[in-house]
Design a protein around this ligand. Structure first.
Ligand code: ASP
Ligand code: MG
Length: 257
C-alpha cells in the first residue's frame, strides 16, 4: 500500500494567507501566521504522544518555513510561483510526517510504515503552481525508490509507504506543485506507476454526489461512474475530483473507489 497524504484541513489556505502577508511586506504577521500552522501540527504531534524524532522533524519544517518567509521579504521578487510552491509543500510535509508516525505507532511489530519525500520521485516540469508530471522519470524513480522498499521487506505482514500528494520537483530539484486540490492526481499517478490493484480516494464527502451538498444537503451519492463521466463532472466543476486525476488510472483500467 502507498498512502498519499494531503495537507490537514485549511492548511494550504493558511499558507496562502502567509504569502499574502509577505506580499504586503508584513513580515511579523507572516511569521505569526506561519507559527500558528506550526503550533497546530505540534499539538497534533503531542496528542500522538510527542515522539522526539517527529518533534524534531516539525522543528525543521518550522525553521524552513520561517527562513522562506525571511528570504521572501528581503528579496526583490516577493512571492514568485516558485516560492509559493516551497511554502505550499510544508503543508503536505507536516501532515504526512504526522500520519506516518501515527501509522508506525499503530501497526504491530511485524508491520512497517515508512515516510517518503514525494519530491524524490514525482518529477515534473518547471511550471510552478501547475506543474506537469513527467511520466517516464516518475516510473524510473518509483522503480528506484519505492519498489525496493516493497521488495526488501517482503516478510513484513503489512507494508505501507507514506508520502505527500500535490508536491513534486523539477529536474533541478526545485519544489513544484500540481495545482490546488492536486493530491488525488498524485495518488493516481503513483497507482498507475505501481500498477496498483485499485485507488481509494478519501475525502470529506461520500463519493461523487449529484450536486454540491453545501448548496443542496439532500444530494445523493452516484453509485458508479465511468471514467469518462467522472472526468466530465470534474471538469464541469465538481470539487470532489481534480480534473486530471482519472487519466493515469483510466489507461490501465485501475478501479477508483
Ligand atoms: N493541499 C492541497 C490543496 O489544498 C492539495 C490537496 O488538498 O489536494 O490544494
Ligand atoms: Mg485537500
Amino acid at each position: 500500500k502507498v498512502v498519499v497524504v494531503s495537507a490537514t484541513s485549511q492548511t494550504t489556505n493558511h499558507l496562502e494567507a502567509v504569502a499574502d502577508c509577505i506580499r504586503m511586506n508584513q513580515k511579523e504577521d507572516a511569521l505569526a501566521a506561519y507559527k500558528k500552522i506550526v503550533e497546530r501540527h505540534s499539538s497534533i504531534c503531542e496528542e500522538l504522544s510527542g515522539d522526539s524524532l517527529l518533534l524534531g522533524f516539525i522543528d525543521e519544517l518550522d525553521f524552513e518555513g520561517s527562513r522562506i518567509i525571511e528570504d521572501a521579504i528581503q528579496s526583490e521578487s516577493g512571492v514568485s510561483a516558485m516560492l509559493m510552491d516551497q511554502l505550499y509543500s510544508l503543508g503536505e510535509r507536516f501532515s504526512s510526517s504526522l500520519f506516518s508516525f501515527a501509522l508506525q505507532s499503530a501497526l504491530g511489530k511485524n508491520d512497517c510504515a515508512k515516510y517518503f519525500d514525494a519530491r524524490e520521485f514525482l518529477k515534473t516540469d518547471s511550471s510552478f503552481g501547475k506543474a506537469l508530471p513527467k511520466i517516464d522519470e516518475l516510473n524510473e524513480k518509483v522503480n528506484l525508490i519505492l519498489s525496493p522498499f516493497f521488495e526488501e521487506n517482503r516478510d513484513e505482514i503489512r507494508l505501507v509507504a507514506v508520502t505527500q500528494g500535490f508536491i513534486g520537483s523539477d529536474n533541478q530539484g526545485r519544489t513544484t506543485t500540481l495545482g490546488r486540490e492536486g493530491s488525488d492526481f498524485s495518488a493516481a499517478l503513483l497507482a498507475s506507476s505501481l500498477n496498483a490493484e485499485s485507488l481509494t480516494i478519501w475525502s470529506d464527502v461520500e463519493g461523487v454526489l449529484t450536486t454540491d451538498p453545501r448548496v443542496y444537503p439532500d444530494a445523493k451519492t452516484i453509485p458508479e461512474l465511468s471514467y469518462k463521466d467522472a472526468t466530465k463532472i470534474a471538469k464541469l466543476g465538481a470539487k470532489v475530483l481534480f480534473p486530471e486525476t482519472l487519466a493515469p488510472v483510466q489507461k490501465k483500467n485501475i478501479p477508483v473507489y
